[in-house]
Write a protein that binds this ligand. Structure first.
Ligand code: ZN
Length: 380
């Protein structure tokens, strides 16, 4: 499909053109509801995504020297499960993985046999040019000068191209650090898909982005609405969470509970224990199978169709993340993934896609929507 064909694609852009804005920018962080990607009726869709990166101390300082990628070969344990279920995960790789044979070779084997997709994952503190001062704030790339963000992503993209043989089209920012300026940078470097948004979450207290107004389903953004955002799945559940249509109230209430005073009084924890209001990410990291099942059922009930499961590659090498400290915990982690796939692809009748496949399906859905609109207009 040509870019010219895609300009009309989202209803948002149709309106923009009517308003004379033509090639307007469509927001990433606070999108209009009309930017939501149309999806024809069908089964729920699961995407599995892995932030594939160097082992680093999540609690420690950001160091340029933390580039060990021993964990990458351990991905085979989860990949064996995906192979059995026909799941092709997206491995978002950082610069350490993309440039060291110990990082890229195990994934090249999987990618060359078509069993996964390779995306880019920018950890600015280890990606050249290494000109910024290190710290919590600069670990979120949206806080860096735009030219430096662009140069770092260009270096990462080139490294992936050189060592995997293909240019990545999907992106996830390290620590989910993304801002509106990313649209321009991603488009310039040939990306089509971003998956950095964690809808409903406000990370500003730690210098991160504010995703409270982002949509919780795929949507078009950037110049002419040509890029696709596929948000990571995270839901507000509990007696005080809201049915479809008033999700914003749940998001607002959750953030009010996290005000410093209420947080010190452990109010959010009390609400969670009483099952009044909880925020649950779709991830085997710190979330058990029963919770993932509960979250998925609730979101399905609210009409959600696209589910994005995510975790970090370093969780597969015990001792590197807080979620997997021992072989026993690793077995349980892998079992949770397996049980979730059994549930989603079995009992729930779901299907699985790569990020690029979902992108293609959504482009096609827009074509059908356009054809229907043309027929309806002709009939009037
Ligand atoms: Zn990361």
């Amino acid at each position: 499909m040509t870019l010219a064909n895609r300009q009309w694609l989202s209803p948002f852009m149709r309106q923009s053109r009517q308003e004379g804005r033509g090639d307007a920018d469509a927001a990433l962080l606070a999108p209009d509801a009309r930017q939501a990607a149309a999806l024809r009726p069908g089964p729920p869709i699961l995407l599995v995504t892995v932030d594939t990166e160097a082992e680093f101390d999540w609690e420690g300082p950001f160091l340029r020297s933390l580039t060990s990628v021993r964990n990458v070969r351990e991905q085979q344990a989860a990949q064996a499960i995906y192979d059995r279920f026909g799941v092709r995960p997206t491995y978002f790789v950082d610069y350490a993985v993309a440039t060291q044979p110990e990082g890229y070779l195990p994934l090249c084997d999987i990618a060359q046999s078509g069993r996964c997709e390779i995306g880019a994952h920018l950890h600015p503190w280890i990606t050249p040019p290494l000109t910024e001062e290190l710290g919590e704030r600069s670990s979120f790339s949206q806080n860096l000068p735009v030219a430096l963000q662009r140069d770092k992503l260009a270096r990462l993209t080139d490294a992936i191209h050189a060592n995997f043989g293909t240019r990545p089209v999907c992106y996830r920012a390290g620590r989910l650090g993304i801002g509106e300026e990313a649209a321009e940078i991603l488009a310039e470097l040939g990306y089509e898909i971003d998956s950095s948004v964690l809808s409903g979450i406000d990370m500003r207290r730690r210098h991160g982005p504010d995703f409270r107004r982002a949509l919780d389903r795929p949507y078009w953004f950037g110049r002419g609405g040509r890029l696709l955002e596929i948000p990571v799945t995270c839901g507000f559940v509990g007696l005080l969470s809201c049915p479809a249509g008033s999700r914003a109230i749940g998001v607002d209430l959750y953030h009010r509970l996290r005000q410093p005073l209420l947080h010190r009084l452990h109010v959010p924890g009390v609400f969670a224990r009483l099952r009044l209001l909880e925020q649950i990410p779709l991830s085997p990291e710190g979330v058990g199978f029963a919770e993932l099942r509960r979250l998925t059922r609730i979101l399905l009930g609210r009409g959600q169709r696209v589910f994005v499961l995510m975790y970090h590659s370093s969780s597969l090498l015990p001792g590197n993340t807080q979620y997997v400290r021992s072989q026993l915990q690793l077995s349980s982690f892998l079992r949770t993934i397996e049980q979730y796939l059994e549930l989603f692809l079995g009992e729930m009748g779901g299907v699985t896609m790569t990020s690029s496949e979902l992108h293609a399906v959504l482009l096609q859905s827009q074509d059908v929507t356009k054809a229907a609109a043309t027929v309806a207009a002709a009939a009037r």
